[in-house]
Design a protein around this ligand. Sequence first.
Ligand code: G3H
Ligand code: 13P
Ligand code: ZN
Length: 332
Amino acid sequence: MISYKELGLVNTRDMFAKAVKGGYAIPAYNFSNMEQLQAIIQACVETKSPVILQVSKGARDYANINLLKNMARGATEYAHELGCDIPIVLHLDHGSSFELCKECIENGFSSVMIDGSSLPYDENVALTKKVVEFAHQYDVTVEGELGVLAGIEDEVVAAQSHYTKPEEVEDFVKKTGVDSLAISVGTSHGAYKFTPEQCTRNAEGVLVPPELRFDILHEIEVKLPGFPIVLHGSSSVPQQYVKMINEYGGKLTDSVGIPEEQLRKASKSAVCKINIDSDGRLAMTALVRKVLTEKPAEFDPRKYLGPARDELKKMYMHKNIEVLGSAGHALD
Ligand code: G3H
Ligand code: 13P
Ligand code: ZN
């Protein structure tokens, strides 16, 4: 057993309290390799933003838990070396079982999500409560989920979303003791969130998807005043990356993500953690394709992963500054 405190990490408790009070959201960026981690730390140090490093079950299997633990330790030391000890959380994204959460807690994670959202309500409560009781012994914070997002969530695929029922949230939080709650208000996982047919066009001709259900979010905030709310599936699917991927030999079909304006609005509410994975994948793939197409004789991974890392950093900085509002809050 190694405590996250020995790795220089923090849990989400203070971070969320400050974010809710300050009207901004903490970025939760998924990673599974070194270049993604470098980009996240560089961007968050430069913008002085707190950050949540997220590891999915798939990423844990891909990268190895020992390596991940030491990468997180490296991340705190790297931030220090870069000149700003930003608060860093290592979080299990979409934990699917008690055993997985326990394994992560014993390996230096400071926060875990137990995702019982596909279970019947009572089973979700029982599983979440069991994880909370274990995690809190080690001062690890826990995220639960109520409601179902459409799209691919690790190995679970939901065809349709089921919005969170505001009448359930108080009971769920009270019975489980969770520290934060992920809700379903119209976001979805993956790069294919809305087809152009599901959107309308604004005055500039830009495709705009249906608005998130801010009415449901508001009802939840009223039931749980000041309680930290989490938004999954919050990639914006930047069209410049989709275009670049297709220009350099890719075959992505048209899709629209969550508009930045709506995420900006959500960040000012009780939403204090916003999950972004797909946008990072798109940015990285776009740059790798571009470099390899323009320089077909290149075979040094640093020559294509380096530019991909630089683009990722730029994108994360933009999100921290322009969308989530977390920039400048590292030392609150
Ligand atoms: O919601 C989750 C993540 O985007 C999952 O990604 O399981 O492919 O690593 P992954
Ligand atoms: P995106 O697929 O929209 O990036 O969502 C990521 C996520 O919710 C990770 O838990
Ligand atoms: Zn998610």
